[in-house]
Design a protein around this ligand. Structure first.
Ligand code: DAH
Length: 340
C-alpha cells in the first residue's frame, strides 16, 4: 500500500493539465467512486491497527494534494476562457477615458516665478525647513523679545526650543551668505510654517520665494526695477507697482510692494478693497548688521532681498479666495489646473 500511495503522489505532483478534458480524466482516475485514491481508502480498513495512524495521514495528504491540483488547473482554464486576448483590439481608446493628472497650482506658480528670475541671472537654491534659532531669527536681526518669536507664531521642537520649523524663507539668506562669497544672486523657494489658526486667509503652512542679491553697488533702484520686471512678466505688461515704507528687522530701508489690481486695473473692486492696489511682497536693502552677522564685509558690499508668498500670488492669478483649497487635495479643485 505504501508504494501505491507514493506512486500516485508522484503522479499528482508531476501532473500538468493540457485541457479541461484532461483535468476531468484525472479527476475520475484519482477521486471518483472507483478512483485509485478512493479505492485506497477502502483498502485502509484492512491495514494493521498499529500502522493506521501513519497510513491515514499519508492518504489524507494524497487526497488533498490531488484535489488541490485539480482545482488549480480548473481555475487556470477558467481564467483563460474569460480573457481571450485574440478578441481584444488593443488600439481602441479606453472605455471610460483616461484620467490625466495635473500639476498642483502652487507648483505651477512656483515654476513660473523661478523661470522669470532665472531669465535675469538669478540662481536657484534651497533652504531648510527645520531651522535653528540663529538662521531663522538671530542672524536676521530679530532679537529675543521680538513679537515674531512669540510662541503663537512659531512651531518649536518640543525637546529643543533652539530648533524651529522655519517661519520664513529668509532663513535661507543666512545660509547663502555664510557659505558663499558675493556676488550672490539667487532665489530660494520653499515651505514655511506658522502657528496660526487656519482660515480662508491664513494657514499654518504655506510657501514663499526668497530673493537675495549681494554685490558691490547694489542699490534700491536695482531692487525696484527687479520687482517691476517680475510684476510685469507675471501679471502682465500694463501692471504698475507701488512701494510703501515698511519694517522688517533684517532690511533697512524696508518696503512692501503693491501691484495695480489685476481685476479692476486700478479702478477699485472687491478684491482690492476698492484701493486699486494688491500687496504682493516684502523687500528692502539687506541691513549691514545682517551682512556682518553672516560674515560679509558690510563696508564693501550692499544687497537687496525680497520675500513673497506663493499662495498669495497663486490666489491673485487664479482668483482663488480660500487658501485652504491648496492643501485639501480635493480633485475637483485640482482638476481645474489640468491644462496649465
Ligand atoms: N520674511 C518676510 C515675511 O515672511 C518677508 C520678507 C520681507 C522677506 C522683506 C525679505 C524681505 O527678504 O527683504 O514676512
Amino acid at each position: 500500500m505504501k508504494e501505491k500511495i507514493e506512486a500516485i503522489l508522484e503522479e499528482v505532483e508531476n501532473f500538468s493539465a493540457k485541457s479541461k478534458e484532461h483535468i476531468e480524466e484525472y479527476r475520475i482516475k484519482w477521486l471518483s467512486k472507483k478512483g485509485e485514491i478512493t479505492v485506497l481508502f477502502d483498502d485502509f480498513k484492512t491495514v494493521a491497527p498499529e500502522l493506521k495512524r501513519e497510513f491515514g495521514a499519508k492518504l489524507n495528504e494524497l487526497k488533498n494534494k490531488a484535489q488541490e491540483k485539480i482545482n488549480h488547473f480548473k481555475d487556470v482554464f477558467e481564467l483563460q476562457n474569460q480573457s481571450s486576448f485574440q478578441d481584444i483590439d488593443l488600439s481602441l481608446p479606453a472605455e471610460h477615458g483616461t484620467e490625466i493628472g495635473s500639476l498642483h497650482p502652487i507648483h505651477i506658480v512656483k515654476k513660473e516665478i523661478i523661470k522669470i528670475f532665472e531669465d535675469i541671472g538669478f540662481t536657484l537654491s534651497e533652504g531648510r525647513e527645520i531651522e535653528d534659532d540663529w538662521h531663522n531669527f538671530t542672524a536676521l536681526n530679530t532679537p529675543e523679545d521680538h513679537p515674531a518669536r512669540d510662541m503663537q507664531d512659531t512651531f518649536y521642537i518640543q525637546t529643543n526650543p533652539e530648533i524651529v520649523l522655519r517661519t520664513q524663507t529668509s532663513s535661507a539668506q543666512v545660509h547663502l551668505m555664510e557659505n558663499n562669497k558675493p556676488p550672490i544672486r539667487t532665489i530660494s523657494p520653499g515651505r514655511v510654517y506658522r502657528n496660526e489658526t487656519v482660515s480662508a486667509r491664513s494657514h499654518c503652512q504655506f510657501h514663499q520665494v526668497e530673493g537675495l542679491y549681494i554685490d558691490t553697488k547694489v542699490s534700491f533702484a536695482d531692487l525696484k526695477q527687479t520687482i517691476l520686471y517680475f510684476a510685469q512678466r507675471f501679471f502682465g505688461e500694463e501692471t504698475k507697482i507701488r512701494l510703501r515704507p515698511s519694517f522688517f528687522p533684517f532690511t533697512e530701508p524696508s518696503a512692501e510692494v503693491d501691484i495695480s489690481c489685476t481685476i479692476c486695473k486700478g479702478e477699485g473692486c472687491n478684491i482690492c478693497k476698492h484701493s486699486g492696489w494688491l500687496e504682493i511682497l516684502g523687500c528692502g536693502m539687506v541691513d549691514p548688521q545682517v551682512l556682518t552677522n553672516c560674515g560679509i564685509d558690510a563696508t564693501k558690499y550692499t544687497g537687496f532681498a525680497f520675500g513673497m508668498g506663493i499662495e498669495r500670488i497663486a490666489m491673485l492669478k487664479y482668483k482663488i479666495t480660500d487658501i485652504r483649497l491648496f492643501f485639501e487635495n480635493d480633485v475637483r479643485f485640482l482638476k481645474q489646473f489640468q491644462s496649465a
